[in-house]
Design a protein around this ligand. Sequence first.
Ligand code: SER
Length: 308
Amino acid sequence: MSLKVLVIGSEGQIGTELCLELEKRDDVVLYRADIRILTNSERRLYRLDATDQRGIKQLISDLQIDEVYLMAALLSAKGEENPKLAWDLNMNSLLHLLDLAKEGFYKKLFWPSSIAVFGPDSPKVNTPQNTTINPSTVYGISKRSGEFWCDYYFNKYGVDVRSIRYPGLISHATEPGGGTTDYSVAIVKEALKIGNYTSYLKGDTILPMLFMPDAIKATLALMDAPKDSITIRTSYNLGGFETSPELMAHSIRRFIPSFEISYSIDFRQEIADSWPQSINDENAIADWRFEVEYDLDQTVEAMIEALK
Ligand code: SER
């Protein structure tokens, strides 16, 4: 029997590559929804605003969807510029989808959280799953609140919702949408295009990152895992590798020796400084066998290869 899967935010940084993987599955019928596309039901594309609650309900019920990936969100940097919109989009879309699952409109939900849930007083290195968590951005506040709602709907109503706290995600297919970690994509693109990059984060700012293929593999592993192996219903810590603008520049110079980096620090520095440098993801490893394939150098090499 085939599984009807709806990806909301299908044209975004994660959605694009998630859809490519889901499409490869014989047992999946994939439906894409995004505010950036026009409806073409023959191609299973639907124009959808993730804050349009009636539209979402209608689509899920018309298509008889089994699983939803809710990937539409406003990220950390854009969120600080528009806090109310960030809250509205990130939180109300989640609450609505949790309600629809509770009411039996579909069976299983994936919702992304982020390292942004951690705040300045969280441990910076090997940050545990459960620790001091006081987010300082509106994005982080929305993600932390969403995690509690996921856990609540699971415990109270048995909603099968699963979530990952993604670190910064590096990818080449689609631009990231206004996050603090976006430099890690821009630096490779600019290196290839003009041979230099001006970073808005200080050179030694270390953050955890993950190459998109690893992030997608993790997401699908979590969604494929048997229900009783999922021990965390807020959101799973997920690491990857630690990097900084300086370390990335160093890695890029293996291919472009003349690459130069300069700095013009902005408000995103404060956000980055409030986040962990590395993540303890032992629960993801134990519960659904998360494994990182790409380290920093392999990621940079794969990015350059794909972009040139
Ligand atoms: N990549 C995101 C951001 O920078 C973190 O989840 O906002």
